[in-house]
Design a protein around this ligand. Structure first.
Ligand code: G3P
Ligand code: MG
Length: 253
């Protein structure tokens, strides 16, 4: 991997500050910024009309006042949904963010983003990457961007798309498979993103020794996570950036 210029922080706010605001919204990113986070993790998918939007689930039931699959919505119908009131009355009226709107906000706030290419079951990884990458690479500087996915086909397509341009790719794992390193090498990865609870110390140490940044998702208790810093883990992708920041600031003193 060529030098990315990324100054990776020790914490990334998962889906924005999702413990304090509705996940994956502009409000959650503003909340993360106000809480002192410099990077956020967000999920991107396509609506039925191929508009890229910031959204985690395959459907809209959990995080909006509507129901049905994301792929059955066009932008107009998606924008009619209230995606804030489910979380709290003070967020009523929040609208689903398009990728374009989110990138504009990230630029205003000068924040970094770990954008997860979310290939939900039955969705087309290539169509998602081919739609997202042109906009992403046009609007987001390479030193404030990591593109990650559980889906290796999507990551391979990202690498192809980037060509000679710098693009940091991260490989997401649940339980880390025996062939993790070959999978990372196959996409010229910058980082490995394992599930913090399933990561074993020898695996973390092997990742660090192989030169990868290690970003763990989604620890929310800084004390329980603490030993991982000694394993060489670089970053916690957390719903609780304030608790992590407090803990890290205290450790540094
Ligand atoms: O990118 C880390 C984490 O977000 C992966 O899992 O389900 O929260 O998108 P999920
Ligand atoms: Mg995610």
């Amino acid at each position: 991997m060529t030098h990315t210029g990324i100054l990776l922080p020790a914490l990334v706010a998962h889906r924005g500050y999702s413990a304090a605001a509705p996940e994956n919204t502009l409000a959650a990113v503003r909340a993360a910024f106000e809480a002192g986070a410099t990077w956020v993790e967000l999920d991107v998918q396509l609506l039925g009309d191929a508009t890229p939007v910031i959204w985690h689930d395959a459907d809209v039931a959990r995080c909006s006042d509507g129901r049905g699959e994301l792929k059955s919505l066009d932008l107009e119908s998606a924008k009619r949904l209230d995606v804030g009131a489910w979380f709290g009355d003070e967020f009523a009226g929040e609208r689903m963010a398009t990728l374009d709107e989110m990138l504009t906000l990230l630029d205003e706030l000068r924040m970094g983003v770990n954008l997860e290419i979310k290939v939900n079951k039955g969705r087309d990884a290539i169509a998602l990457v081919d739609t997202v990458l042109p906009l992403l690479m046009e609007k987001m500087p390479a030193d404030r961007l990591i593109v990650s996915s559980f889906d290796l086909e999507a990551l391979r397509r990202c690498r192809e798309f980037a060509g000679s341009q710098t693009l940091a790719l991260g490989v997401l794992f649940g339980a880390v498979p025996g062939q993790w390193q070959a999978m990372c090498e196959g996409v010229d990865a910058y980082s490995v993103h394992p599930d913090w609870a399933r990561l074993k110390r020898p695996q973390a140490e092997a990742m660090v020794a192989a030169g990868y940044q290690v970003l763990c998702y989604t620890p929310n208790d800084p004390a329980a996570f603490e030993p991982r810093w000694h394993w060489g883990v670089n970053c916690a992708i957390t719903d609780e950036p304030v608790a992590f920041k407090r803990f890290l600031d205290h450790r540094d003193r």
